[in-house]
Design a protein around this ligand. Structure first.
Ligand code: 13P
Ligand code: SF4
Length: 379
C-alpha cells in the first residue's frame, strides 16, 4: 500500500475493473438508509426520494472510505446538496476552505470544488495528498490571467502591491504579494496599501470585484478585466424584475456581480456572508443572486425561509459529483501537484491572507451607503 493509503490496482487488472466492482456493490439497504438519514433531512426539500436511493449508497460508501484513507472532503458552497450535506466535512466559502486546509491533520484532502481551490490546498499543505475528482473543473477568472501577465503588470506599476483574488492559478499567486477572497478583499486591500505606504493597489483579476471593493475604500484600485462567467450574466434589469414579481423578497448578491446589480440588491457578500445573513436574519423570502446550488444548500438549514430561485449554474463546479468523489477516493486520481518553487512563493501570498485576523462577521458590500464613489483604473 502506498504511503497515502491508496492501493495501486494489481498488475494486469485495470483500475476501472476495481471501480466498476465497487460501484456494482452499491445498494440502498436499510443500513445505508439509517446512516444517511441526517443528510436526507437536510436535502429532502430539493432532492426526490427516487434520486436519494441513488445518492445514499454513494454517500455511505464515501463516508466509510474517508475514514479508511484518513481523508477529509472540503466542499464549496456551490456543490450540489447531496455533496454539501452528505459528504462535506468542511463546507464554506473560498476563505473558509483555505483556512480549513491549513489546519487539517488528515493525510488526504479531497477538494469538492474547482481546480484553483485544490491548488490552494496543495500550496498550504505540500506534504498532503490533494485530490480533485475532475481535473477539468476550472474557473473563468483563473483562466483570465497568467503569471507572465502579472510580471508585466508589476513592470508597469513598480512599487504598487499586487493583491490577487484566490480564484487564480498557483503560478499567478506566486507572482503576487497577498491573496484575498470576496470575504476579506477590502480588509486585504487596506492592509496592503498601509504596509507598502501607498495610496493605490493592484487588485486582479476580477473587474467587478475590484469595482465593488473600490466603492468601499479610499484606496485607489487598479483592476484587470477578468469576469466570473456565472455572476457577470446577472443584470440590474433582472433585479428590477425580481422586485416586481416578489416585492417582499430580500435580494442578496455575490460581489463578483456587476456593480449595478450590487447597488440594486439589499445585501452583497461572499457565499459565507450570504449564508450567515439567511441563518441569522431569517428573512421570510429571499433571492440569492449567485450559483444555483447555493440556495439549495442554505435551504437545508433554513426551514422557515422561502427561496425564490433565479440563478446561474457554474459548469465547472457542476463537474464534481458523488460518483467522481467516490472514484477519486477509490483510485487516488486526480492528484494535484504544484512545482516546489511556485508553491513556496504562492504560499507566502496565501499565508499572508490567512494570517490576517479573520473578519468578525463576513464582509458586506454596502454600495448603497458607500462613501467612495470612485472609478477604478483598468489595465
Ligand atoms: P466565495 O465562496 O469566496 O464567495 O467565492 C465564490 C466563488 O465564485 C468561488 O468560485
Ligand atoms: Fe469561477 Fe465563477 Fe465558477 Fe466561481 S462561479 S468557479 S468564480 S466561474
Amino acid at each position: 500500500m502506498a504511503a497515502d493509503g491508496f492501493t495501486p490496482p494489481p498488475l494486469g487488472a485495470p483500475a476501472d475493473a476495481r471501480v466498476a466492482a465497487a460501484f456494482a456493490a452499491l445498494a440502498f439497504t436499510p443500513e445505508v438508509e439509517a446512516e444517511t438519514a441526517g443528510a436526507w433531512e437536510k436535502v429532502k426539500g430539493v432532492v426526490t426520494p427516487l434520486e436519494w436511493r441513488l445518492h445514499a449508497p454513494l454517500i455511505a460508501a464515501i463516508n466509510r472510505l474517508k475514514v479508511e484513507k484518513n481523508a477529509v472532503i472540503l466542499a464549496h458552497n456551490y456543490m450540489t446538496p447531496e455533496i454539501f450535506h452528505g459528504v462535506g466535512d468542511y463546507v464554506g466559502d473560498s476563505l473558509g476552505l483555505a483556512r480549513e486546509a491549513a489546519r487539517s491533520d488528515a493525510a488526504v484532502i479531497v477538494q469538492a470544488g474547482v481546480h484553483f481551490m485544490a491548488e490552494t490546498s496543495k500550496v498550504l499543505c505540500p506534504d498532503k495528498t490533494v485530490l480533485i475528482p475532475d481535473l477539468r473543473a476550472g474557473c473563468s477568472l483563473a483562466s483570465s490571467i497568467t503569471g507572465a501577465d502579472v510580471r508585466l503588470i508589476k513592470q508597469r506599476y513598480p512599487g504598487i502591491p499586487v493583491v490577487t483574488y484566490v480564484n487564480t492559478t498557483a503560478e499567478v499567486k506566486a507572482e503576487t504579494d497577498i491573496c484575498c477572497t470576496s470575504a476579506n478583499a477590502v480588509q486585504v486591500v487596506e492592509w496592503a496599501a498601509a504596509q507598502w505606504g501607498v495610496d493605490r493597489v493592484i487588485l486582479i483579476p476580477d473587474e467587478y470585484l475590484a469595482r465593488n471593493v473600490a466603492r468601499q475604500t479610499e484606496v485607489k484600485i487598479i483592476a484587470w478585466q477578468g469576469r466570473c462567467e456565472v455572476h457577470e450574466r446577472f443584470t440590474a434589469a433582472d433585479i428590477a424584475e425580481i422586485r416586481a414579481s416578489w416585492p417582499g423578497a430580500e435580494i442578496l448578491a455575490h460581489p463578483e456581480c456587476p456593480t449595478e446589480v450590487i447597488e440594486a440588491a439589499d445585501f452583497a457578500g461572499s457565499t459565507a456572508a450570504m449564508n450567515d445573513y439567511v441563518l441569522t436574519r431569517k428573512p421570510k423570502q429571499v433571492v440569492l443572486i449567485t450559483e444555483c446550488s447555493m440556495a439549495d444548500n442554505v435551504a437545508g438549514d433554513a426551514p422557515d425561509t422561502e427561496f425564490v430561485r433565479p440563478c446561474n449554474l457554474c459548469p465547472h463546479m457542476k463537474r464534481i459529483s458523488l460518483e467522481n468523489i467516490y472514484e477519486t477516493l477509490l483510485t487516488g486520481r486526480y492528484e494535484v501537484s504544484v512545482p516546489a518553487e511556485v508553491s513556496e512563493r504562492a504560499r507566502l501570498a496565501v499565508q499572508r491572507m490567512i494570517d490576517l485576523p479573520p473578519p468578525r462577521v463576513p464582509a458586506r458590500y454596502d454600495l448603497v451607503k458607500a462613501r467612495h464613489h470612485v472609478d477604478v483604473e483598468l489595465i
